[in-house]
Design a protein around this ligand. Structure first.
Ligand SMILES: Nc1ncnc2c1ncn2[C@@H]1O[C@H](COP(=O)(O)OP(=O)(O)OP(=O)(O)O)[C@@H](O)[C@H]1O
Ligand SMILES: [Mg+2]
Length: 609
């Protein structure tokens, strides 16, 4: 099982609620569930029956001395054995199918639900944590559904059924067995609780070590750059050694259980044989009875050791299911937007806003006018990142944000497409509050070139087409040309069909940026947000990127976050952001004349050059 770096929590918080919810999934496969249960119970009962048949079979020869009866009993035994095979085969098959279908459904639900969660969810949950639920927890639940649950059921049925059969054969012998079982149960508990402590520690240390391996593997470059290898090895050796010690302790107790139980069952066996022989001499039981009873004695002790092991795994799986349900219970992104975008109309790209009002739907053309009115925002409640932001961009205007790192530039752009909800104020799009606009429609009018480019595994063309899935090959090439990406793409081994690795690691940083500009271009957005990457590229690529961006901006409302002041010079308005506030605004000339922060930034940079 693939472990991600987290010690699994072994006990569910609300056992009953989670189990009930788990059961609710079986309603989609009622036949498998009910059929599986019946077959499994039938199989267990048939096994008990087979053990019980020993008695009449032996007695038909020993006591009755009847060949005919013996043959008849053998035939019954044969039928029972066939029933066992069929019931167990089908029962397990049904349970496996049920588990696979349920897990398939849960996986689909989880993945599609996570797609709809707001950005703030991903801020609160680490990548590793989510991966662990998607892999470990789902795996564990699968195993529990496929095996643990039915094994526990089998154990329970076997135990109860066998016990009843024993009582029927001989209450006196059963008393011996019960006494002995109580003793064995106590021994199991004693060893079990001790080994459980070390077992938990072992799990935690295993997760810790795996997390460390994962971290070091993904950060291998940094490790090597800073000559961290020796220290990494030492830390790993420590973790590995600690794991070995706890595992040793865990197994010391773990391997104790089998021999203890083994010898105790032999004692039990001996006691029952002696007691049985005595009762047989008295004529209370038959030889066949003793044979069957001894067989039952063997089977009844097994469920005791098994159930305690199975229960631990089952509880851990339920705890995992709880984490899965917790994700499914996260509130998806709010979208009450009743304002929709409609085609065949006089607005930009032939689109209009359909605004429902009291007097029916009013159509107004899409223009790309963006306005912030006194907006406050914080990622975490109580921590304001943006304060009193007011600004506007008329259709086709270019607004630039400059300011030091962490000032809040990216944050402003995160609000325009509603990655996050604002705390105070209003953001208007063509005069409509963006909270009233359908989120999908809102985002379809915008393109963002993110600060850190993300490329998916797939071809270059696929990655550009991410901007608009129905773009034709010609449109993809056109977008690449506009973004100045066409040239380098042509020189890739397979051109537009070159397969990129996830993250686009087989491209240079500049090339990745050019691709992301092409991706934005293919969407033909009304509003464009360009978050310039901070990492520097060579001068030629910088010029290519700059030109690509310029062409892309033409005729669109653009917000550009620039770290190179040269790219913002011709903006219609420049906003200087510091500590989440706009401290200066105006054109390049105006701001230079003010000799404030912008002037300082600009001249400082000039001096650097
Ligand atoms: N997802 C987030 N969760 C919590 N806080 C965040 C998140 N993203 C950014 N912040 C915080 O908000 C503040 C503004 O960040 P923002 O990314 O807007 O800065 P920026 O101006 O774009 O900086 P840079 O020039 O480095 O890109 C920072 O203090 C940052 O720590
Ligand atoms: Mg930023």
């Amino acid at each position: 099982m693939k472990q991600h770096g987290r010690a699994p929590q072994l006990r569910p918080r609300n056992l009953r609620k989670t189990v009930v919810r788990m059961f609710s999934y079986f309603k989609y496969n009622k036949l498998l569930f009910v059929g599986g249960l019946i077959l499994i119970v039938l199989g267990s009962l048939a096994r008990i029956g087979a053990n019980g048949m020993l008695s009449p079979i032996i007695d038909s020869l020993v006591t009755e001395q009847s060949q005919a009866l013996f043959v008849k009993n053998l035939v019954v035994m044969g039928l029972i054995v066939i029933t066992i095979s069929i019931a167990e085969y089908l029962g397990n098959l049904f349970m496996a199918r049920l588990a696979q279908r349920t897990i398939h459904q849960i996986r689909t639900e989880m993945f599609s639900h996570v797609q709809k969660l707001p950005m703030s969810f991903f801020d609160r949950h680490s990548h590793g944590e989510l991966m662990s639920t998607f892999t470990n927890d789902v795996d564990m639940l699968n195993q529990a559904l496929e095996q643990n649950a039915s094994q526990i059921l089998i154990s329970a049925v076997t135990f109860i059924g066998t016990f009843i059969m024993m009582l029927v054969i001989s209450p006196a012998l059963t008393a011996i067995v019960v006494l002995m079982l109580v003793f064995m149960f106590a021994a199991t508990r004693y060893v079990g609780t001790r080994s459980a402590k070390y077992f938990r520690a072992q799990q935690a240390q295993l997760a810790d070590m795996n997390g460390y391996i994962e971290e070091m593997m993904s950060g291998q470059k940094v490790v090597q750059v800073f000559n961290y290898e020796d220290r990494a090895i030492n830390t790993f050796v420590d973790k590995n050694e600690r794991l070995r010690q706890t595992s040793t302790n865990a197994s010391t107790y773990g391997v104790m259980l089998m021999p203890i139980m083994g010898s105790l069952s032999f004692v039990l066996y001996g006691l029952v044989s002696m007691g049985g022989a005595y009762l047989a001499i008295l004529g209370i039981v038959t030889i066949g009875n003793i044979a069957a009873f001894l067989q039952f004695t063997r089977t009844i002790s097994r469920p005791i050791t098994q159930v305690s092991n199975q229960l631990n795994t089952l509880f851990a799986a339920i705890a995992g299911a709880e984490r899965i349900f917790n994700i499914l219970d996260q509130e998806p992104e709010a979208d009450q937007g009743e304002v929709r975008l409609v085609a065949d109309c006089s607005g930009k790209n032939g689109l209009c806003w359909a605004v429902p009002t009291e007097d029916g739907i009013v159509y107004q053309p899409l223009k790309g006018h963006i306005q912030f009115e006194d907006v406050d925002f914080g990622y975490v409640p109580g921590q304001r990142v943006l304060k009193n932001i007011s600004l506007w961009a008329k259709p086709g205007q270019k607004i630039a944000f400059v300011g030091s790192t962490g000032a809040g530039k990216t944050t402003i752009t995160n609000l325009i497409n509603r990655f996050y909800e604002i705390d105070k104020g209003k953001i208007l799009f063509d005069g409509i509050d963006i909270r009233r606009i359908n989120k999908h429609d809102l985002r379809s009018t915008m393109s963002i070139v993110l600060q850190d480019v993300y490329l998916f595994e797939g071809t270059v063309a696929d990655n550009i087409r991410y901007g608009r899935l129905d773009a034709t090959d010609e449109e993809v090439v056109e977008a690449a040309k506009l973004a100045n990406a066409h040239y380098f793409i042509q020189h890739l081994p397979q051109g537009y069909d070159t397969v990129l690795t996830a993250g686009g690691e087989n491209l240079s940083q500049g090339e990745r940026q050019l691709l992301s500009i092409a991706r934005a271009a293919v969407a033909n957005p009304t509003v464009l947000i360009l978050d310039e990457a901070t990492s520097s590229v060579d001068t030629r690529t910088e010029r290519l990127i700059g030109e690509g961006m310029d062409k892309l901006m033409e005729g669109r409302t653009t917000f550009v976050i620039a770290h190179r002041l040269s790219t913002v010079r011709d903006a219609d308005a420049i906003m200087v952001i510091e500590n989440g506030e706009i401290i200066e605004r105006g054109s390049h000339e105006e701001l230079m004349q003010q000799q404030g922060r912008y002037y300082a930034l600009n001249t400082g940079l000039v001096e650097l050059e």
